[in-house]
Ligand binder design. Structure first.
Ligand SMILES: O=c1[nH]c(=O)c2nc[nH]c2[nH]1
Length: 479
């Protein structure tokens, strides 16, 4: 929330449909103190907004903050990272030649366990929240650790930094090291309930309506191999009682799928394990889903469960190339996940560009041109698709009246007539700020500029970030 009403002016770009971006030029967007968009007016400058919109909204003219996108800049909805492990952040980029199951034992469990040290956890979580905000991630679905105080600390820090988040305490009671696991299904559920109670109490205003809460708890069975059947069933029951979202992993790599078949021989597939235990619901976020069978994908679609596509991680850990187009065609709602630290980057924009490239590998590996994802589609997954995955459809992910102002101001580098960087000369852009690797010469269409941003953009282009109207990140040198 912001202390004042706000008027945003300039170019707004957002997804209208999976394959269509809408460009709202010379537009005014009014955001009230609660952070809700209350007007979107095309062909409107500040004078016109003051004359027509403010009286209509009952706004006092001197109680409005005005933010203008300058030449070359545009507003874009905040990114939604539908899957990442805050507790693995120090390990980004460190995976060697490992694959999922040995990577977990070698790198992941020791790091997660070490965050029971709350001083270390505070340092790591503060950094991951700041870093993801600086890349335009306004909402994140986080896995924390098995430890309750450490999980609660992550939720506290998301709340104080103003990042919208789902925060889950990781549940696992088998096939994990003795030093890092729940002692029993009962202990696991009790610890999860403690964490849920803590997170629910964070934001008393939204206690009656959790969908209003900035930070929400999410039930988090790590994945089927590390949970006993009893634990999976108990967590399914808890999800039914509380109506909370669920997040877990599915069908990420082949040895993992074989392990699930061995551990749960009574079920015909990995997806069937979750279905039989009450965990495959329309509030479930399934990370990876690289190797689902046709029947499993149909079941996922039928249950309304969502998929977090994690292309950086799937490539880094040699897990496989997820056929996202095939999932979409089956009616499965998909978003993007950085999956740090299986994924090496905190940037959803990086996940979007890797989603484009991985889809080309799917096309080359026996699929066809129909498997390719384009720029418009991956940006849809990063915003509106992600919003649906985390249960915020219609609330964030676009610029429409009634939605909340979760947004980023993007600035692209403009090349001056003499070939120099205009920003470095202090002209046009944010006070001499480095605009990164995107060079715009001026003759490009807006769709071409957006494509340049997707393939070469980074946090240097992310000038300002807001969540629910509150400014939560401003790049140094930007004014
Ligand atoms: O990418 C992944 N990261 C994890 O931490 C994990 N745990 C189970 N399966 C997993 N996959």
């Amino acid at each position: 929330m912001a202390s004042k009403n706000q008027l945003f002016l300039g170019l707004f770009v957002h997804s209208k449909a999976l394959d269509e971006l809408e460009y709202l030029h010379n537009t005014a967007v009014c955001v009230d103190k609660s952070g809700t968009i209350v007007a979107v007016e095309s062909e409107c400058d500040e004078a016109r907004a003051r004359e027509t919109l403010f009286p209509r909204l009952g706004w006092e003219p001197n109680e409005v903050d005005v933010v203008c996108a300058r030449e070359g800049q545009f507003f874009f909805p905040g990114f939604i990272d539908t899957h990442l492990h805050a507790s693995q952040y120090p390990n980004v980029g460190i995976f060697g030649n490992s694959t999922l199951l040995d990577w977990l034992n070698t790198y992941t469990f020791p790091m997660e366990a070490s965050l029971a040290n709350l001083a270390k956890a505070r340092r790591v979580y503060t950094r991951v929240i700041r870093k993801t905000l600086s890349h335009g991630t306004t909402c994140a679905a986080y896995y924390a650790t098995v430890d309750v105080p450490s999980t609660n600390l992550l939720a506290d820090l998301c709340f104080s930094h103003g990042q919208r988040a789902l925060v889950g305490r990781v549940c696992m009671d088998q096939l994990s090291p003795d030093y890092y696991r729940d002692a029993s299904p009962r202990d696991s559920v009790a610890a999860t309930e403690q964490s849920i109670a803590h997170i629910r109490a964070l934001d008393p205003d939204s206690h009656m309506d959790m969908s209003r809460a900035l930070v929400r708890p999410v039930i988090t069975p790590r994945f089927a191999p590390s949970c006993s059947a009893e634990l999976l069933r108990s967590l399914g029951d808890l999800a039914a009682e509380t109506n909370l979202p669920i997040q877990t992993h599915i069908s990420e790599n082949k040895p993992e799928i074989e392990l699930v078949a061995k551990l749960f021989p009574e079920h015909e597939s990995y997806a069937a394990v979750y279905d039989a235990t009450g965990l495959l619901t329309d509030r479930t976020i399934l990370a990876h889903a690289v190797h689902l069978t046709e029947k499993e994908a149909d079941l996922v679609a039928q249950r309304g469960a969502k998929v977090s596509h994690c292309p950086c991680s799937n490539s880094a850990l040699t897990s496989g190339a997820c056929p996202v187009r095939w999932l979409l065609a089956k009616g499965v709602v998909c978003g993007l996940g950085t999956d740090m630290s299986g994924g090496y980057s905190p940037s959803v924009l990086e996940a979007a560009r890797q989603a484009v490239l991985v889809s080309r590998h799917v096309a080359m590996g026996g699929g066809g041109d129909g498997d390719k994802l384009g720029v418009e589609e991956v940006l849809y997954l990063a915003t509106r698709g992600g919003a649906e995955v985390v249960g915020l459809r219609g609330k964030v992910g676009g610029f429409e009246v009634g939605m909340e102002w979760d947004a980023q101001l993007i600035g692209l580098g403009m090349v001056a007539d003499d070939g120099e960087d205009r920003a470095q000369q202090g002209e046009g852009q944010g006070g001499g700020e480095d605009d990164g690797d995107v060079d715009v010469f001026g003759w490009e269409s807006w769709p071409e500029r957006i494509a340049k941003w997707v393939f070469n953009g980074d946090d240097r282009n992310t000038k300002k970030v807001w969540v629910r109207g509150r400014l939560v990140h401003q790049r140094k040198g930007e004014w």
